[in-house]
Design a protein around this ligand. Structure first.
Ligand code: PAF
Length: 291
């Protein structure tokens, strides 16, 4: 079956008109990599019709951020989608998504959007949720797939559909990593020379946190300190490294249940994020989610 590329909402509507069966959507900002490929593969296995959206959403970038340097590779993205048997790629222009300019009515992420990434990037999650809501309306999927690497994004999207009664299932799939542990991201293409090696600071910090918990450490501040020291070995200073409750992102002080360890750092000009969940079953057993 051939993958069809459409750019307008009218084309999308008519391409979807005669389809039947469960529709799965994978939303992206383009520059597709193997992490997206994995999401698409999961969607392909579970759904009859697969739509991939490719839209670099200006609303989620602050003026000072790297929107203009974000890689744009639509031809390669469509080729990857064709390899994975995607039915439809929806790649609208900014004018198509925001015909009246910046929308005056937006989805507000609330308190979950103000912490962690939201504290470093004010308004970011309002921009994400506004475009996700629009793309959900435009593509009308039964299921939407997102990656665990953007854990806070996944959480606020889950809240969006629950709080606003949207009829769509949100599935979160595990982070895909390079062999050395680096989480796949479209931004990795901009890591050159020594910065590629220094970028390992994030996943290594998470491994150190996992190991400390596996060794019985339950004090979140102590675990964060070990992880921070690991990053500093690679001359990387984190924007933040926090241990939080994965359900509401409130700080965890002593590890008892599942704990999300989340980290962000600037490597040269590239801002990276990563996370892992420390799972504590009873007192001692800790699951290692990283390689
Ligand atoms: O994760 C992303 O690529 C973006 O934030 C998303 C969900 C496609 C919204 O623009």
């Amino acid at each position: 079956m051939t993958t069809r590329l459409v750019h307008t909402r009218d084309e999308l509507r008519s391409a979807m008109a005669n389809r039947s069966g469960e529709v799965g959507v994978v939303m992206t900002m383009g520059a597709l990599h193997d992490g997206h490929r994995e999401l698409i593969k999961v969607a392909r296995r579970r759904c009859k019709v697969i739509v991939v959206t490719v839209f670099l959403n200006p609303l989620q970038f602050a003026p000072s951020e790297d929107l203009s340097r974000y890689p744009m590779t639509l031809d390669a993205d469509v080729a990857l989608c064709a390899e994975e048997d995607v039915d439809l790629v929806f790649a609208p222009s900014v004018e198509e998504v925001y015909p009246a300019g910046e929308p005056q009515v937006r989805v507000h992420a609330g308190p979950l959007g103000d912490v962690l990434e939201g504290a470093s990037r004010p308004g970011h999650f309002d921009g994400v949720l506004t475009v996700v809501a629009k793309l959900l309306h435009l593509t009308s999927p039964d299921v939407a797939y997102f990656g665990q690497k953007d854990a806070q994004q996944a959480l606020v999207i889950r809240k969006l559909v629950r709080d606003l009664d949207m009829e769509v299932r949100i599935e979160i799939e595990p982070t895909v990593r390079e062999d050395d542990g680096l989480a796949l991201s479209s931004r990795n293409a901009r890591l050159h020379g020594d910065n590629r090696r220094r970028a390992l600071a994030l996943s290594r910090a998470l491994q150190v946190a996992q190991q400390a918990a596996a060794g019985g450490e339950r004090d979140a501040a102590a675990i964060a300190q070990l992880a921070r020291a690991q990053m500093q070995e690679l001359q990387v200073e984190p924007d933040y490294i926090e241990l939080v409750d994965p359900e509401d992102l409130t700080p965890v002080h002593a590890l008892r249940g599942d704990t999300l360890v989340t980290v962000a750092a600037r490597i040269g000009e590239v801002r990276l994020i990563d996370n892992t969940v420390i799972i504590i079953d009873g007192d001692a057993e800790v699951a290692t989610l990283l390689p």
